[in-house]
Design a protein around this ligand. Structure first.
Ligand code: ARG
Length: 586
């Protein structure tokens, strides 16, 4: 469906032209004085300059010619030349009826030319526990994926595991000290390797930090770990087999973790999957004259004349020939091109990696790994801070594990729900998980991604204010009213609003497609949060002022329920895009 803004704009354009003015002045926006009007057009002011007339004269002429239109209850010219617009209640209701009939999409059209998009998010490092730093990437990436899918794009989400760095060498080295007799360490061994891994996930979670601690104190240990990393990268059989075990054990555990966050990847590829593409890629960069040796390392220049700050060359291989984070990211693009030819790549990564991605993107375009017109989008997110304004830590000052954070929230939520005393322990547990997740995700997504934000559990789990639980509470309230009504309301129309709070609710609903488009165009889930917060407020206001179930007029009551159902459907479509569920009760 056309957006309300566009419908208004169309009328305004016709009117500007009919009055002899260029239609480029017919721009409309939501009113910034909702007490005076619903929409506004300020185009008469710049038009006055071009046509050497008083702005009020132009505004009055436009207002007069719009008086007769079906859409407008009033169009007023106000000093110094604004046009204040109010829509006809029946126009708004008719618009919502069209929306309501468009089940599932509620007026949001699918992209006419759907794009193929790869979203690189999550970015977990195998064998290391997920920490809160990974939370943002997972939460933001998942909602961008869902938003783009809702818009009609073909979207592939890839977790891009960190499975190729020094952490692998550290684990291998530590394991070789503890169990030197394992066949993986015997270079003469040429038999099959066992299918059972020589460790469990809890072993791994202990082995890595121990090894990492050692490497900081023990130079000799670190040197051995680096050697093991290099040997692994060069394909040493036993180490490859160990890598496979580490991957299997970690991925099973990671899937559980991501599952509990409602985060789902289509691809579970990692840095190691890019390895086979590195030699050819490097050779081609050399052959084409892009890569050259500088201070022993192989690099590609990526600076441009218009740069305001220095962009260092993109390093392709270290002086010892070892590959780097850059190398795997570039080679990953090679297989992504081969398998998917995406129109767009989206990377949801900590914004401190922005310069790095500038180098990688430029290098990929310059060397032709990615076609010139492919969009490379970096969605950099800020840091999640504690209440003290410093990066979020445990009470003891350590790195907070994601699973601990989630359990802490679930416990608090559980206690809160049990206080209300209406649920069995079992239901309260399940509900606490759903509502807890909404608290975490909404707390994150309601901020512009690039900004740092303060993780304030007590605020996030509140049922009041701009929070996930408040949104869910509103939906649950609507569900309960509809359940109490208990009859089929499908035959009723959306009512023509008669009160201010009812009209306000309908106007908010009518903004759904433009809110989704705005969020899509800016890759900005926070715009959806802002929209549903306004919508939930508009609904609650209406609800407090209106007797719904006690209404005697059965037709009017049915129409109200129809309006409530549309409100619920729109809210739920949005929470689904944000990536959290709605409980039956709260
Ligand atoms: N594993 C990385 C980290 O934990 C994030 C990966 C981001 N994605 C990428 N394609 N580089 O910092």
């Amino acid at each position: 469906m056309k957006e309300v803004l566009d419908l208004i704009k169309q009328e305004l354009e016709a009117s500007f032209e009919a009055n002899g003015y260029d239609k480029k002045y017919a721009f409309v926006s939501l009113s910034n004085r909702p007490d005076l009007c619903e929409y506004q057009c300020n185009g008469a002011l710049p038009a006055a300059k071009e046509y050497h007339k008083a702005p009020m004269e132009i505004a009055e002429a436009i207002a007069a010619s719009l008086q007769s239109k079906d859409a407008f209850e009033s169009v007023e010219a106000c000093k110094p030349g604004f046009l204040n617009i109010k829509l006809f209640p029946s126009f708004v209701a008719a618009y919502l009826n069209d929306m309501a009939r468009d089940t599932g999409r509620y007026g949001v059209e699918e992209n006419k030319a759907p794009k193929t998009v790869i979203i690189d998010y999550g970015g977990a490092n195998v064998a290391k526990p997920l920490h809160v730093g990974h939370l943002r990437s997972a939460v933001i990436g998942e909602s961008i994926k869902r938003l783009k899918r809702f818009a009609g794009d073909k979207v592939i989400g890839d977790v891009h595991l960190g499975d190729w760095g020094l952490q692998m060498g550290l684990i291998i080295t530590e394991l070789s000290e503890r169990k030197p007799d394992l066949c993986y360490f015997d270079e003469a061994y040429d038999g099959e390797y066992p299918t059972e891994p020589p460790f469990t996930i809890s072993d791994l979670e202990e082995i890595y930090p121990t090894a990492s601690g050692k490497s900081k104190e023990d130079e000799e240990f670190k040197a051995r770990a680096m050697k093991a990393t290099a040997e692994l990268q060069q394909g040493r059989r036993g180490y490859r087999a160990l890598l496979q075990h580490i991957l299997n054990v970690s991925v099973t555990d990671l899937k559980k973790n991501y599952d509990s966050l409602n985060v789902e990847f289509d691809l579970w590829k990692g840095e190691s999957d890019a390895q086979p593409y590195i030699p050819d890629m490097v050779q081609k960069m050399k052959d084409d004259g892009f890569a050259y040796i500088s201070e022993g390392a192989l690099v590609v220049d990526v600076k441009e004349d218009t740069d305001k700050k220095e962009i260092p060359p993109c390093m392709i291989l270290k002086s010892d020939g070892a590959s780097l984070y850059n190398t795997t990211d570039l080679a990953t693009m090679v297989w992504r091109e081969k398998d998917y030819q995406p129109d767009e790549y989206v990377y949801v990564v900590d914004k401190r990696q922005e310069l790095y991605f500038t180098q990688v993107f430029r290098c990929a375009k310059k060397t032709g790994i990615v076609p010139k017109d492919t969009a490379l989008t970096f969605v950099g997110f800020g840091t999640m801070n504690g209440k003290d304004g410093k990066p979020f830590k445990t009470r003891e000052g350590g790195v907070m594990r994601l699973s601990n954070l989630i359990s802490e929230i679930n416990e608090k939520m559980y206690a809160k729900i049990m206080e209300n005393g209406t649920m069995s322990e079992d239901e309260a547990k399940r509900t606490a998980q759903i509502v807890g997740l909404s608290a975490v995700k909404y707390g994150d997504l309601s901020n512009q991604a690039s900004k740092d934000y303060i993780f304030d559990i007590d605020r996030f789990i509140s049922f009041e204010g701009n929070t996930g639980p408040y949104i869910l509470y509103t939906i649950v309230r609507i569900k309960s009213i509809i359940a109490k009504y208990g009859k089929d309301f499908g035959g009723f129309e959306i009512p023509v609003p008669t009160t201010e709070s009812e009209k306000n609710l309908e106007l908010e609903l009518a903004k759904f497609n433009s809110a989704i488009r705005g969020a899509y165009e800016e890759t900005a889930p926070h715009r959806i949060c802002a929209y549903i917060y306004d919508l939930a407020n508009a609904f609650n206001h209406f609800y407090h002022e209106t007797r719904i179930l006690a209404m005697e007029d059965e037709k009017k009551k049915g129409e109200y329920i129809r309006l409530l159902a549309l409100t619920k459907d729109v809210l739920e479509t949005c929470t689904d895009i944000l990536g959290f569920d709605v409980p039956e009760r709260m």
